[in-house]
Design a protein around this ligand. Structure first.
Ligand code: DI6
Ligand code: FE
Length: 405
């Protein structure tokens, strides 16, 4: 039998709607038993099952315990940075104009191709550690700055290696259809052929958990996106989509027709897109960091998503062009201030709904049977997670039932 660990003297925000009526699922004098990597029992300390002999007992010192945070959309592996482009934008150039002139994503592609696997690993590892320091226990990482078979494989290998080297679970997403690399200039359909041709080999190497594309007027059309999705579907890989960020391309409805796990960005999402996502059970991933950094003014249709009951997740979208931030808590705060999410919605967005955006049902709440991914915070109430910013109240992180050093 796996030994039990008892974690006690905590206020626990379970996010279990069966506990209480406000959605937080708070347990005031909480205790929790973990068995290996899973939660075996959670409840009031006074209700602890009798006759158990935990092999270890940890006093959490009245900390607030929440599910581990999940960053479900990042582009963590890339070379260089684009501070000069930020400066150009502040001097009047638009993101689209810079992209069309060969800057933007392509500049990061050049820097990524020039970087060794070791240096990509070291840079991405520092970024992952910054996210983890704020309680991230599950992390999605996309490729998309290599854009050749070899460079995409290198980035995905780096992502896999991060998951082995660090106490965080990494989910990889193949985003070959992120931009057209220079060698395919003017031959966009040929590039899509290449992306589709690389996919089986990358998948056979165990490098892909999901497939994504950038469906946008400055990137790939719905018809090109569909070809990428058809290849993913043949390989049995789930899909997700950068959809409706800068314009309405009908990408969300297309993705929903492939039962996409998530559609991400969504500032220009239409009512038809919402209906399709709702019918398919597709999660809406909102990215306030990119909205903020591009100084967008068109808000995602939050109230319509809420009314439709489409789950809303939040993520950093960490990338060198449109969201160079590494704080998921800041995204929770911005989701409230910029998008008017409630603090409960914001916290669900970086836990429960972020798990669903990755197709994961075994985490995101503190319930018996779920993974023992937990964060102890120096906070009284979980609404403070969306309140403080520029300050890290994380005390301890428990990943797979083990407290991180
Ligand atoms: N949408 C984004 O916001 C990022 N990728 C995408 O498809 C931007 C990537 C970049 O500018 O480097
Ligand atoms: Fe993105």
């Amino acid at each position: 039998m796996t030994p039990l660990t008892l974690w006690h003297n905590a206020r626990i925000a379970t996010l279990d709607p069966r506990m209480g009526t406000d959605g937080w699922g708070l347990i005031e004098h909480g205790a929790l038993l973990t068995e290996g990597a899973h939660i075996a029992w959670v409840g009031q300390a006074g209700d602890l099952p009798q006759g158990l002999a935990p092999s270890r007992t940890v006093d959490l010192g009245r900390a607030l315990l929440t599910p581990g945070l999940i960053d479900c959309h990042t582009h963590l592996v890339y070379g260089g940075h684009r501070a000069a482009e930020f400066e150009m934008r502040l001097n009047g150039a638009s993101y689209e104009a810079i992209a069309r002139a060969g800057g933007g994503i392509r500049a990061s592609v050049a820097a990524t191709r020039a970087a060794s696997e070791e240096s990509l690993f070291n840079m991405a590892s520092r970024r992952a550690r910054a996210l983890m320091a704020e309680g991230v226990t599950t992390l999605e990482i996309k490729s998309g700055y290599g854009l050749s078979q070899e460079a995409e494989a290198r980035c995905l290998r780096v992502a896999r290696r991060l998951g082995r080297a660090l106490p965080v679970e990494v989910h990889t997403t193949f985003l070959g259809a992120h931009a057209v690399p220079p060698e395919f200039e003017g031959r966009v359909d040929d590039y899509i052929d290449a992306v589709c041709a690389w996919m089986p080999g990358l998948h056979a190497q165990g490098l892909i958990d999901a497939v994504d594309a950038f469906c946008e007027n400055i990137a790939f059309s719905p018809a090109q996106t569909q070809r990428v999705f058809e290849t993913a579907q043949r390989l049995g890989l789930p899909v997700k989509l950068h959809a409706e960020q800068l314009s309405d391309q009908g990408g969300a409805a297309l993705a929903a027709s492939f039962n996409a796990l998530s559609c991400d960005h969504l500032e220009h999402l239409s009512a038809a897109g919402i209906a399709a996502m709702r019918a398919a059970g597709t999660v809406a991933v909102l990215l306030p960091g990119a909205y903020y950094f591009l100084r967008e003014t068109k808000l995602p249709p939050i109230e319509a998503l809420r009314q439709a009951g489409v789950p809303m997740a939040l993520s950093t979208d960490h990338n060198p062009g449109t969201s160079p931030g590494l704080s998921l808590l800041l995204m929770a705060n911005m989701a409230c201030t910029l998008f008017r999410l409630t603090p409960l919605e914001a916290v669900q967005g970086i836990t429960l709904h972020a798990a669903r955006a990755l197709g994961l049902k075994d985490r995101g709440q503190i319930i018996a049977g779920q993974r023992a991914d937990l964060v102890a915070w120096d906070l009284q109430h979980p609404n403070e997670l969306a309140y403080w910013f520029g300050h890290n109240p994380c005390l301890h992180v428990i990943h797979n039932g083990v407290q991180r050093p």
